[in-house]
Ligand binder design. Structure first.
Ligand SMILES: Cc1cc2nc3c(=O)[nH]c(=O)nc-3n(C[C@H](O)[C@H](O)[C@H](O)COP(=O)(O)OP(=O)(O)OC[C@H]3O[C@@H](n4cnc5c(N)ncnc54)[C@H](O)[C@@H]3O)c2cc1C
Length: 808
């Protein structure tokens, strides 16, 4: 066995092999995959092999679509049996909300290019006459779906990878991984050691064990899942046309034709179980091609419901039962990208639909590893969207809950109980008593809005009761004064003699020169693509305070620490959970704050975009005169334990001014009115500051990481532009991933986020469109829940474009 490689991938299932193939295709030939048994001997061999297109997530949709275009031709490309069956798929809608969702997915299908039609019960019968349609309102008919032989497909990718120069070593268990002083990795295996630049954990159900070798963890729970194959069915024997794969919320099952027999797979809606729960949730190292004893009694309620739909299967016997393990993550998305706190130790695992996703995951992760970024937005797959808070208990609870809801929509506004409350501000209970309704982001419980009754939020895609409550909160912020607990943001102290120089190199914007100065700044990769965004406050000569989005917490910390040069005196301390942030905003906020601090709050003494340490009720508070809502106001940052003291003082002082509360829905509504872009939606790894239209935050007269790439892009011209839109009003607003078309009907881009601006009475959105459509005044159409809504490019923020209220 060779003892050096550029990349070593641990695990030869669909995910590892999918990556190997695409690394080789991207030009990295010195890549090696090590598998302890035979390829596919983990979860891959026993999968049912279905490859759906249906998803409302644009980036996940791209992953699926890529597989569905590669697999049909893979057999011809490699000479290896794949057995692609282009059967198409039918997904049933049972409720009006399902129908709304279908329209959303239909919009995504236009963007990505997979064929989809929403058809009624009569048309369903035309597509497949033998399925019962009682209670079915419609079906999403996705014509590019199919199913493969999973082992065949994986082996075909392996053949393709070998043909391109990649190496596969079978029957060789990796025993340990250690980092060498050079930064390289030493992969210790049964057949000797391999040093390499990059290691990839593609261990499937073993992924957590593999990460433990390097002192890390991955949020995966392995779930038990059944499908079974019937005896041959007479109607199938007599037909040459294959039935589509049906996905049906009524029995929470998928069912399809397998050769001339039927195949039924069940996602239990209750009582789902973690695999190997009695041995810590993991297979033994010796395990190979392992299946569990079937538990047909456990799944029989859902099987019976499936047979109600498929009467022609009613009397047929069972020929084969498969009861195997699936790796599952808390949010059901795979883990693709770097491991937090480690350099060049990657994850390509956690996929619960890994046959469908293996090729696409491999393609986009390979782009990231080879080029530094991928052509799709990877934020939703980056393993670092989870932190240490996503421990074993959390992952287990969330994975079981998600598995049980496989075919049930998770509606906007719907709160599910598993894994809740793992990250809370010290004001949590107080705010709950005020009517705060919470929603977790990166595990952090944040108030979405305050209910003035016992009503919780009514879930749905269209405006519901949360809309009116948000309107009330925006009005209060605009006319009076209110507080929001925005502790759920990432916070770092950056200190040291070399901190000014290091930050100036890491960020594209100039760092504040004066103590108390604040700058919005972006981290770019070497090609100029956007890695992160932070608000940087200078607290001292060698002391900065950085704030960024909570979902970027681990990746921002990685980016900062990994770009400090050897010998530099810089320390980055993550104080996300140690510090709280109470936002005080509204025209009366100065009056309120003046009552609790002796600091001079006048415009001359405390200017907009500056910070000071002030005293409130005996607590030293970092007061930043900035906010995300576009009103006079301060962010009050203090140690988490002191938040109640500061909050109580502010609320008491604010009583005479009618102080109230606002939540994150109102924050989003108001940031849309101010046209503030968000990291992860408008600002992503797919684009540079030129496309994002944030050039004013890039200082080309200094050196910074990504400068050459950004300059090059400026010279070459942007491939797309981020635009700010006013959308014709309706009963719902853009949220992102919605298709945008030109007057002639051509798809010209997609929305990235949106919301209703209550202060201006307008539905607003950001979109990423072809550069020809970026001029203010340009007309286009945004497709919201299947409805064509006209939209116009705005040239300036819809609310207070001159920032007069912020400067007030
Ligand atoms: C019953 C059932 C039906 C399914 N149906 C579908 C479906 O229809 N469509 C779909 O898309 N998905 C389906 N799945 C899910 C699919 O099987 C998984 O998502 C997929 O196989 C995961 O692939 P993987 O490469 O991550 O994991 P695996 O296939 O488990 O591969 C991981 C590999 O790593 C190896 N390994 C681990 N540790 C080491 C080590 N230390 N040294 C060397 N090698 C190591 C293991 O031996 C294993 O081969 C189904 C799953 C089940 C259980």
């Amino acid at each position: 066995m060779q003892n050096h490689a550029r990349v070593v991938i641990i695990g030869g299932g669909m995910m590892g092999v999918g990556l190997l193939y695409h690394l080789a295709e991207e030009g990295w030939k010195d890549v090696m995959l090590i598998e302890k048994g035979e390829l596919t001997s983990g979860s891959t061999w026993h999968a049912a092999g279905q490859c759906p297109s249906f998803t409302a997530d644009y980036n996940l949709g791209k992953i699926h679509h890529y597989g569905n275009t590669l697999y049909p031709k893979l057999e011809e490309m490699t000479g290896q049996y794949v057995s692609w069956h282009g059967s198409g798929g039918l997904r049933f809608a049972l409720t009006q909300e399902d129908l709304d969702f279908f329209k959303k997915v239909e919009g995504v299908s236009k963007l990505i290019g997979f064929r989809m039609q929403v058809i009624g019960p009569d048309e369903i019968k035309n597509v497949f006459p033998y399925v019962g349609t009682e209670g079915v309102l419609a079906a999403a008919w996705t014509l590019d779906d199919g199913h493969v032989d999973p082992a065949g497909c994986c082996n075909a990718l392996a053949t393709g990878a070998r043909n391109m120069g990649a190496t596969i070593v079978r029957r060789n268990r990796v025993l340990d991984v250690k980092q060498l002083p050079s930064g390289e990795w030493n992969v210790i295996t049964e057949q000797g050691n391999v040093t390499c630049e990059h290691v990839v954990n593609a261990g499937g159900c073993y992924a957590r064990l593999i990460n433990q070798w390097v002192g890390s963890d991955v949020p995966i729970a392995n779930m038990k899942h059944h499908y079974f194959v019937t005896e041959p069915i007479k109607e199938f024997m007599e037909s040459n046309q294959e039935m589509p794969v049906i996905r049906d919320p009524y029995p929470s099952a998928y069912y399809r034709q397998e050769q001339k027999a039927g195949l039924i797979g069940i996602y239990e809606t209750e009582g789902a179980e973690e695999a190997w729960a009695d041995q810590g949730g993991h297979p033994a190292w010796e395990s190979e091609n392992e299946l569990f004893t079937d538990e047909l009694d456990r799944i029989s309620p859902w099987v019976e419901k499936t047979l109600e739909r498929m009467e022609i299967w009613g009397e047929t016997g069972i020929k084969r039962i498969v009861h195997g393990a699936i790796p599952h993550t808390p949010d059901a998305n795979p883990l693709l990208g770097p491991t937090g706190g480690l350099q060049n130790f990657w994850q390509c695992t956690g996929s619960s639909i890994g046959i469908a996703q293996g090729a696409g995951c491999g393609k986009y992760l390979a782009q990231w590893m080879v080029h530094g970024e991928s052509e799709i937005n990877m934020a939703g797959f980056d393993p670092r969207r989870f932190g240490k808070w996503a421990n074993g208990d959390y992952s287990r609870a969330r994975s079981i809950e998600d598995y049980e809801h496989m075919y049930a929509l998770h509606l906007p506004g719907e709160e599910r109980p598993a894994g809740r409350g793992c990250r809370k501000s010290s004001l949590h209970d107080t705010l709950e008593a005020k009517g705060g309704l919470f929603h977790p982001t990166a595990g952090w419980e944040r108030v979405k809005y305050y209910s003035d009754s016992d009503e919780i939020e009514e879930p749905g895609f269209r405006r519901k009761n949360g809309f009116d409550a948000t309107a009330r909160e925006c009005k209060l912020v605009m006319e009076g004064v209110a507080v929001a607990d925005l502790s759920g943001f990432s916070k770092y102290d950056v200190t040291g003699k070399d901190a000014p120089a290091a930050l100036d190199r890491i960020f594209a914007n100039r760092m504040p020169r004066k103590i108390g100065g604040i700058a919005l700044a972006h981290m770019l990769n070497r090609n100029g693509f956007i890695e992160g965004e932070a608000t940087v406050t200078r607290l001292g000569e060698e002391r900065y305070y950085l704030l960024s989005g909570i979902v970027a917490e681990v990746r921002d910390e990685d980016w900062l620490t990994q770009h400090i040069e050897p010998g530099e005196d810089v320390t980055v301390t993550n104080i996300t959970e140690d510090y709280g942030n109470l936002v005080l905003a509204g025209p009366k906020s100065r009056d309120v704050l003046a009552k609790v601090t002796s600091a001079d709050l006048s415009n001359e003494a405390f200017r907009w975009l500056t910070a000071q340490e002030i005293d409130i009720a005996g607590v030293t508070v970092r007061a930043l005169r900035v906010n995300y809502v576009g009103e006079l106001g301060w962010e009050l940052h203090c140690p988490m334990g002191d938040m109640p003291t500061v909050y109580n003082a502010v609320m008491e002082a604010g009583e005479e001014f009618g102080i109230g509360h606002f939540g994150t829905y109102a924050v989003n509504a108001m940031r849309m009115e101010k046209a503030y872009k968000g990291w992860g939606s408008e600002l992503t790894n797919e684009i540079t500051p030129i496309e994002a239209d944030i050039e004013r935050f890039v200082k080309f007269d200094k050196d910074f990481i990504g400068k050459a790439g950004t300059e090059q892009r400026k010279q070459d011209g942007a491939q797309g532009k981020t635009v700010y839109l006013e959308v014709a009003d309706g009963d719902n607003d853009a949220v992102g991933n919605e298709a945008v078309t030109a007057p002639n009907g051509d798809v010209i881009g997609l929305t990235t986020s949106g919301g209703y601006g209550h202060r201006v009475g307008k539905s607003l959105a950001f979109a990423y469109v072809k550069p020809d459509y970026a001029e203010p005044g340009t007309e286009m159409t945004v497709w919201l829940l299947g409805e064509a809504r006209s939209a116009t490019v705005l040239g300036e923020p819809a609310f207070d474009a001159a920032n007069e209220r912020l400067r007030a």
